[in-house]
Design a binder for this molecule. Structure first.
Ligand code: HEM
Length: 517
């Protein structure tokens, strides 16, 4: 057969633009229905849009409302046909992501062996070399955690109590002066200064001295904003990386740029703090006390950069979380007169008064205060400083979770906010009720996730608990008549919680005063 080249036209393309639009819409519709029907988590309960997109979830994340949104999904998507009286145990939040709020399943995800590894979501939190907090590689994480664990264990911390208690007592003095001078003291500020000075003193020698300075500087402002900037960076990882290379002055991108600047500055603080400590050791080799990082100095496999990123993790993890917990503790206790009365009575009856020479009591005595312990658990439950989703990757051959076999590679999240508000574990969950911890049930213990769990449980948990109990005891010992102040327009609105990666009170202040006669 002979083909006439001039008459052969080949397949013709439609020249009507409407036809093109129709074709594109058809392709998109086919793609979406494929995801909806065959997507890895399509069979899980959850809103229809989460089959296609994570946009709604991301929107709530950057507004500091994600845990509330996910909690509402658990309340809505209960399992029909069961006698379950509580929230639905599992919901789809994005095409490849599900949130689990069943205490038994949470224990399976976080068990010590740690098959559910941290998801790549953590990569966007720290640019470049991963730190002990965001590392997703289990071997890298294990190596660093091995060196860092002992000094932060209960026995490792014992020798450091005088340094910690010294800072706590200094914080009490500074609060007392501010109450006297201004009529009220800002708890949020002083707890942050105290926590910053403690983690600084334990990690690098006494380098920050925020309690002496007494004023918020750029460093403190950066610390205050890490919780929200984390969320912004994690919500838009590609954009964040791009803006880092090409700074853009447009307003919608400003918060991403600000997040990057905070990241760079906190890394600089870590660098400077380590330099400061190095000089200290060189100048006073005999007298410098070991720090939380001492084992790093002796391990030749740890690079200077690795040490810096872990120092950054300590600076951020060791201050912001702690100050927010103590702020909400004081606020919640002051708002519940019967709780305050019982707590103050216990402290006054069981702890001796301070004298000129002695600070009155020790951590060992504070440990034995049962009601204080309940108040702390209840604060960590209702105001978990890390309330948001902690994403993990489903491993191959993962156990069934809440009756579902999730595909390997999907992401599962759990959040302290949702677990701590599960009414089957904590009846009347929105109520601040320390007494519920008198005889905690197994379900309560399994649902309690304030410090995360398994091999990635908070490295600073023992330090945090020590600081919280000692600081709270000293505070109510020193200021038994304290109350929330309304000076400078301070109101409950200031304490409205914003649920970013780290919980943040909206007004970033909490003024308290001595009760007026
Ligand atoms: C009330 C205070 C604190 C709370 C509520 C808290 C909470 C948490 C939580 C929930 C995690 C797990 C995060 C995840 O799985 O992604 C974590 C990890 C971590 N925290 Fe804390 N934290 C507190 C205080 C501290 C302190 C004082 C330090 C000081 C060193 C610290 C250092 C760390 C580190 C290094 C990790 C990462 C551990 C790892 O992945 O191996 N935290 N924290």
């Amino acid at each position: 057969m002979v083909i006439d080249k001039n008459s052969f036209k080949g397949p013709t393309l439609p020249d009507n633009p409407l036809t093109w639009v129709a074709v594109i819409l058809l392709v998109v519709a086919m793609k979406l229905s494929h995801i909806a029907l065959r997507g890895s988590l399509a069979r899980l309960p959850g809103p229809w849009h989460t089959k296609f997109t994570s946009a709604v979830y991301t929107y709530h994340q950057v507004r500091g409302q994600a845990p509330i949104y996910v909690h509402s999904l658990h309340a809505k998507y209960v399992v029909l046909g069961t006698d379950l009286t509580g929230p639905g145990p599992i919901v789809r939040t994005a095409p490849h992501e599900a949130d689990v709020s069943d205490p038994a399943a949470v224990q399976a995800i976080y068990r010590i062996k740690g098959e559910f590894l941290k998801s790549p979501w953590y990569d966007s939190l720290v640019l470049g070399t991963p730190n002990v907090f965001n590392a997703t590689d289990p071997n890298l994480h294990r190596r660093r955690r091995r060196l860092l664990s002992q000094p932060l264990s209960e026995s490792g911390l014992r020798g450091l109590i005088p340094i910690i208690d010294g800072k706590i007592q200094k914080a009490m003095d500074r609060m007392a002066s501010e109450m006297q001078d201004k009529g009220a003291a800002d708890m949020y500020k002083w707890w942050l200064f105290m926590a910053t000075d403690i983690i600084g003193a334990l990690s690098f020698g006494d380098c920050f001295r925020m309690l002496d300075k007494g004023e918020k500087n750029q460093y403190v402002k950066d610390l205050e904003s890490t919780g929200d900037t984390f969320m912004v960076r994690a919500a838009f990882p590609c954009l964040t990386e791009w803006i880092r290379k090409v700074p853009v002055p447009f307003v919608p991108l400003a918060s991403l740029q600000a997040a990057n600047e905070v990241e760079c500055r906190t890394m600089n603080y870590a660098h400077e703090s380590l330099q400061w400590h190095r000089r200290l050791v060189e100048e006073n080799p005999e007298t410098t006390v070991p720090t939380l990082f001492s084992k790093f100095y002796h391990d030749k496999t740890i690079t200077a950069r690795e040490m810096e990123v872990d120092a950054q993790a300590y600076i951020i993890g060791g201050s912001d979380t702690l100050s927010k917990t103590l702020t909400y503790l004081v606020w919640a206790v002051c708002r519940h007169p019967s709780v305050k009365e019982r707590l103050v009575r216990e402290i006054q009856q069981r702890l001796p008064l301070a004298s000129q020479q002695r600070s009155g009591f020790t951590d060992a005595q504070v440990r034995d205060l049962p009601y204080l312990a309940m108040v702390i658990e209840e604060t960590l439950r209702l105001y978990p400083a890390v309330p948001s989703a902690l994403p993990r990757v489903v491993p191959p051959e993962a156990p069934e979770l809440c009756g579902h076999r999730l595909p390997a590679g999907a992401t599962v999240t759990t959040s302290a906010y949702c677990l701590h508000r599960d009414p089957t574990a904590f009846p009347d969950p929105e109520r601040f009720l320390p007494e519920r911890w008198q005889n905690p049930t197994k379900r309560m213990k399994d649902a309690f996730m304030a410090f995360g769990g398994g091999s990635r449980v908070c490295l600073g948990m023992h330090l945090a608990r020590l600081e919280i109990r000692l600081a709270a005891a000293r505070f109510f010992h020193r200021f038994p008549d304290v109350e929330i102040s309304n000076l400078e327009g301070m109101s409950d609105d200031d304490m409205e919680a914003q649920w970013y990666f780290v919980l943040t009170p909206k007004g970033k202040r909490c003024l308290v005063q001595q009760k007026r006669a």
